[in-house]
Design a protein around this ligand. Structure first.
Ligand code: SF4
Length: 383
């Protein structure tokens, strides 16, 4: 009887599939659910986009002025989450060019995180003593308008060639202090399963490497990419951590749920890294809903990044206070598991710096006066 109750009300039932716009309603499911079909049918022009949404004149103008600097690319699946009439739709703002992209603020930086400076060989950023970022491709299913690596992503001429992959692997092999490898991009799941397995197997064979992570937005923008084949392949190379990038509850669909379930069932540990984006998720209640959904999807909210000072994304940047207010609105008001770290990535290569609301009211000698989430004060005396 108890089993009946559980099976009739699964968590999965709380997630809804992406609605399929008219333009794709006759596409057979076998194509729609195929990641290669989704990649091949990506929206790259305004004419294609107009078949899905009512494009505004501002969006059309922004596309004309920006597409040579940063391509547009949107999978049919992700486009199906867009509101047809609302240009402020959070999915639309993340994937369709807008006027702010062509405005470069004086404070914008070409390489905001100083990744090139800490690049001992092409394709490896080695900043911290025991871990590296390893770029394996510069392709992504959707080119996020807020991308901090705009300078490289979507530029096919900057993709990692086999020679670069070999040099990266040789660097990791030679540096025995590296125990953690972040396989990144672009999106590493833009690689074929075979190429990805080659990279994973080479890294796993290095005795000094303990863990590796895949930094991927595919569960959000192309969940069809998480196939049984991919999940079973990753299972061979544990511990595998997957760091994904959901920014808004609207992205938590049934397809995304199933993609994360496949990874979690295969033993991957999934964390989410959101970016704080003006007009998209800069409210505590949005993050609360997002993080609750992520926990149901077996994804642990891990970071909220303050939007970087990269060129052409200043229109997405919020005051730092917005991030502090979000943490203030989460901590204590919901499960600790739903409270990520809010961090500023130190411009120029300072690394992730956590920022918290002030919970210490005073500290004299052994006496600490601290406050809780309801602003009630408590004294803690040290031994
Ligand atoms: S998936 Fe990541 S790397 Fe690719 S465009 Fe989006 S933010 Fe940039």
């Amino acid at each position: 009887m108890a089993f009946d109750i559980v099976t009739k009300n699964t968590i999965r039932d709380r997630f809804k599939p992406a609605p399929r716009p008219d333009v794709w309603k006759d596409v057979p499911d076998k194509d729609w659910n195929n990641w290669i079909w989704q990649q091949q049918k990506r929206i790259k022009t305004m004419d294609q986009l107009e078949k899905v949404i009512n494009v505004t004149s501002d969006e059309r103008e922004a596309f004309a002025k920006s597409h040579e600097m940063f391509n547009m690319g949107i999978t049919p699946y992700y486009a199906s989450l867009m509101d047809r009439d609302d240009p402020n739709c959070p999915v639309r703002l993340q994937s369709v060019p807008s006027a702010g992209e062509i405005v470069f603020a004086d404070t914008d930086l070409e390489d905001p995180l100083g990744e090139e400076r800490d690049m001992p060989v092409q394709g490896i950023t080695h900043r911290y003593p025991d871990r590296v970022l390893f770029y394996t491709t510069h392709n992504c299913p959707v080119y996020c308008r807020h991308c901090t690596r705009k300078r490289k992503v979507a530029d096919p001429s900057s993709s990692a060639a086999n020679k670069q992959i070999e040099e990266g692997l040789a660097y990791i092999q030679a540096h025995t202090e590296i125990r953690d490898v972040v396989i990144s991009g672009g999106d590493p799941l833009s690689n074929s399963d075979d190429r990805l397995e080659y990279i994973c197997s080479r890294i796993r064979a290095m005795e000094h490497v303990e863990v590796f992570r895949l930094g991927t937005r595919n569960p959000v923008t192309l969940p069809q990419r998480i196939t049984d084949n991919l999940a079973q392949m990753l299972k061979k190379y544990h511990p595998v951590y997957v760091h994904t990038h959901f920014n808004h509850p609207k992205e938590c669909t049934l397809e995304a749920f199933d993609a994360c379930a496949k990874l979690a069932d295969a033993g991957c540990i999934i964390h989410n890294q959101s970016v704080l984006l003006k007009g998209i998720n800069d409210k505590p209640e949005i993050f609360k809903e997002l993080n609750h959904k992520l926990l149901m999807m077996r994804v642990r909210p891990y970071y909220i990044f303050q939007c970087d000072m990269a060129q052409g994304i200043s229109h997405f940047r919020t005051p730092v206070q917005s991030g502090i207010d979000i943490i203030e609105g989460l901590r204590g008001w919901t499960s600790g598991m739903a409270v990520p770290h809010y961090v500023v990535d130190g411009p120029g290569g300072g690394g992730k710096i956590p920022i918290l609301p002030e919970y210490v009211k005073s500290h004299v000698g052994k006496k600490w006066v601290v406050r809780n989430y309801k602003n009630k004060e408590f004294e803690y005396i040290e031994p």
